[in-house]
Ligand binder design. Sequence first.
Ligand code: IMP
Length: 451
Amino acid sequence: MPVTIITGAQWGDEGKGKVTDYFTIKSDAVIRVQGGNNAGHTVVIGEEKYEMHLLPSGILHADKPALIGDGVVINPGVIVQEIRDLRKRGINCENLKISPRAHLIMPYHIALDEMREVRPGKFHIGTTKRGIGPAYADKAARFGIRMGDLLDRGEFELKLRHALSEKNVILREVYGHPGCDPLQIMDEYLAYRKELAQYIIDPLPLVREMLACGKEILVEGAQGTLLDIDHGTYPYVTSSHPIAAGACLGTGISPGSINRVVGVVKAYLTRVGDGPFPTELIDETGNALRVKGSEYGTTTGRPRRIGWLDLVLLKYAQQINGFNDIVVTKLDVLDDLDEIKVCVAYKYQGETVTYPPGDLGRLGEVEPVYETLPGWKKPIGEINKYEDLPENAKKYIEFISNRINVQISNIACGKRRSQMIPVEAVLHLAVKTKYITATESITKRSEKSGK
Ligand code: IMP
C-alpha cells in the first residue's frame, strides 16, 4: 500500500509544486490534502509555466487521477477559472475528482478575513485574505457549506441563508461592511455548480481500490510545517495541518498505508506574512536572494521575507514529520554567494539550545548561532549529476543532511521539470533510510516481539 506524502518543511513556498510534479511521474494518482487558494504551486515544463492555487499539481499528467481531498477549502470561482485556463492550454482536466466533503469558501469568509486583517490593533497575521481561516473556522463550528451541498440547490440555499443570518450581523455591526446578498451568492455559486458538478465525486473509493491493487498514491501538501495550526508559529499560521500527519486527516487514507514522507526544504528560508523569523536577512544579501529566487508570493505577489537556513527549525520539522528523505530546492539561488551561513543553534534565555522554544510563538526571543560555509561561486542550474556539483555545493548539501540526520534524495537547481538531480544512489551519508512498507514494519514488529 504505497503512499508517499510531499510535505513542506518550512514556512511554505519550498517548491512543492515542482517536487510533486516530479514524483507524480512515478505515481499512479495524486491527491491534494489541505489548504485552499492561499497556496500557489508552480510547475515549469519546457517553456510552459503553470501556476495553480487549487488544482493538484498532478493535473498536468492527464493519464493519472488528480484528486482533491476532504481537507481542502475551495473557492469555486478560482477552481473554475483554473480549469478553464488549463483547458485553453490543451489540458482537459478529465482526471479531476473533488471530494464532496471539501468545504466551500464563501464570499463572507473572504470579507471577514479582509476585515480582520485591516482592523486596527496588534492582532494582525498577514494572511493571504482568501477567506481560509474563516472557512476552516466554520468547518470546525459545523457551520460550513460543502462541495456536496452545491449539488442540492435547496440544501445549499438553506445553509447559505442560515450562515448569512449570522455573518451579515458580524460584518455590519463589527466591521461596518454592507454584508452579503444571498441572491447574488446563489446566482454566482449555482453558475459554478454547472461547471463543477461533473468533478464532485468522492475520490476515496478510487484511492482505496488503487491501494488494494498496489498502486502508488502521492499526497500533495500545501504550505509548510511551521504554518501548521498546532505545531507552527501560532498565531502566525494557517488554519489547517500542513504536516505529514495532516495527510491522513485531509484524505481519509489510513496512517498504516503511508510508507514514505518526503520533506521539501528550500536551500535558504522564506516566509510571507507576519511572525517570528530568527534568521531573517534585512540587508543586501536578503534583497539579492529575493530577486534571484523570484521570492514574491504566487498568490498575493507580496515580497517574501528572506533568511538563512535554520537547522534548529528543520530538525524540529523532521521530528514532527519523520521525513524518510528530503528534497533540497533552489540550491542554484545561492550560486553567487561568497559564504553561506547556516543557523545551527539558538541563544535562548541565556543558554545555547539546539531546539526551539516549546511554544513556537516565542521564537522571536531567540538569537541565531551560525556556522559559515564557503560558497561555490559557479552557476549550477544545468548540472544534472551530483558528482558534477562544485565541491562546496556538495559540502553544503552534506552538512544539511548530516546535521538533521536525514537522507537527501533529490536536489532542485532551477524551475524546469528537468532541473532535478537525483542523489539517492550517490550520497552515502551517515543516514541510510530504507523505505519500509506498512506490512514489512508489522512483520518486523511481530518478529521482535516473538508473536
Ligand atoms: P492564510 O492561510 O491566508 O490564513 O494565511 C496565514 C499565514 O500563512 C500567513 O502568514 C500567510 O502568508 C501564510 N501562508 C498561507 N499560505 C501560504 C503559502 O502557500 N505559502 C507561504 N505562506 C502561506
